[in-house]
Design a protein around this ligand. Sequence first.
Ligand code: WT7
Length: 663
Amino acid sequence: MAEGSIEIYESEDRRFPPPPEFAAAALTNDRSLYDEAEADYEAFWARQARELVTWSTDFDTTLEWDLPFSKWFIGGELNVSENCLDRHVDAGKGDKVAYHWEGEPGDTRTITYSELLDDVERFANVMKGLGLEKGDRVAIYMPMIPELPIAMLACTRIGVAHSVIFGGFSPDSITDRCEDAEARLVITADAGYRRGEPSALKPNVDAALSAGAPSVENVVVVDRCGTDPEMVEGRDHWWHEVMADAAADCPAEPMDSEQLLYILYTSGTTAKPKGIMHTTGGYLTQAVFTHKYVFDLKADTDVYWCAADIGWVTGHSYIVYGPLANGCTSVMYEGTPDTPRPEERGDDRASWNKDRLWDIIERYGVTQLYTAPTAIRTFMRWGPEWPAGRDLSTLRVLGTVGEPINPEAWMWYHEHIGAERCPIVDTWWQTETGGHMISPLPGVTTTKPGSGCHPIPGTFAEVVDDDGQVVTEGGGYLTLTRPWPGMLRGIWGDPERYKETYWSTYEGRYFAGDGARVDADGYIWILGRVDDVMNVSGHRISTAEVESALVDHPAVAEAAVVGATDEVTGQAIVGYVILIGSVEASDELREEVRQHVAKKLGPTARPRAVFLVPDLPKTRSGKIMRRLLRNVADGHQLGDTTTLADPGVVAAIREGAAEGDGD
Ligand code: WT7
């Protein structure tokens, strides 16, 4: 198997057919969707688009495919915020709860569809008042508070593309993203609550804008935590003040189906993140279709909870656009799952209970829970007493996403959370795909723990070998063979990189960057990244990005980064660093270098360990041998070192690595 793969052990003996009582009660799912899509996938998607999405002008052409560029639902016009809000309010569902929102400190807000619509119209008017026009870009850097989806939906109402920047990212990342997209406005908050404390956001925006991004003219700031940030006269505006002054009505403007909806930056194999572009009609169709069928949604009665952050694509598609377009009730939670409400907190963090997540499920009667394997493994570690007597019987479907799930974690989810009653949907997809691509369908698919099973109806995947030949049983590379409505339309400002990254490895195929295996029954098992991209807690971080942050430190001459296997986070970042000649190695310096990465890229990218080494293992052509470093990091036996320029280097690194300790 190629480098970087994560071994998944197949469990042929464990199969979970859909529980009959569940299948009988299922609203929508049956095998006919597969048959229909197989027979004519364009007609299938056209039907979904017309049934699930409201168009102000019907489309005349379903698909224009000029490989690798696709256009979907050509000639159609629609507005995303109208699909997510107005049409439900017009249908008499204005009083239905859109979000049960819960802040980390325990404050709650219940937001109905008509309240959400009011705020979205107002904020769209605020943006118009700040001079924003259709086609402009806006950056959003916010905590998980209702104003975040409000800001996104307000953008879609007037045809402004948003670029949401995860709240854990650093000022540098904000500058880069604002510059790349030439954002005219930044929407932020003073801070958000995280692990019991306000975590500052506005000061990061200030730092980002004093370092660059001259296109940014205005900043709107939500007062979430009352931290009293500095406000720049003429540039910065309080959300509550501009909202109070804004007109109440803002009609939804019909947009072309291919109007840019948003940009979301994601890591690739180079240091520069890629601005993944999604457009309007196709993306919404993919999000609404998958949200409905993959979670077997009963929109009238379900209380659905995607416990991701909106800063990632999971939150875009499955907290905002999918659930709202389907008109269902969602839970939205600001904080971390192991932060109790204040009245339950002692001074000693170690004594904090692990009840929050289970309490939320019980209190709101959550029917679908969608989370990541890294979270599931964390819950497992909390100990068998959790979820401590909570009634989780409302749960119907459990989802997982972001990285390969090990069968043990799958089984734990199935038994301890799902009471062996809830189907598990292991959903493979990417920022680039916009929505689910490979997943079981509850009520239809017989699942195997750890397998994503099959492409969903209307999507087509094949595993190929090094030569691009289809593998019908065995390991290889995951490719997608036909365009799909939610596919990325390109990389912002870089069509060449788009072709090169996704469409040049295997002729006529989209290459996802993941390894996969097909078993004897035709089930797909995703093995993880095969390129130089790490997957840490389901977040993509490129080795090159972290390496360039490391060499940015004045004491660092050279750096190599690998993803080591980690029981909880999937992979953990390990850096090997050569210092410049005049600098003395020390533990303090090691720690400083580690923190430097967090400062440059944000805490998510902080290496678990940094080793100061005398040299790096390289091939004769000068390429760093990551496989060796990964083995050292994993504490494994070393592989073949005969192509090394200096085989002694690895021994020296191992000794250094044995002395250094990460955390
Ligand atoms: C990469 C995409 C999809 C939303 C969150 C991540 C890995 C994703 C699975 C899964 C195995 C998975 C892949 C993929 N991945 N879901 N169910 N099983 N691996 O989005 O940041 O764009 O990352 O996450 O490696 O390529 P993303």
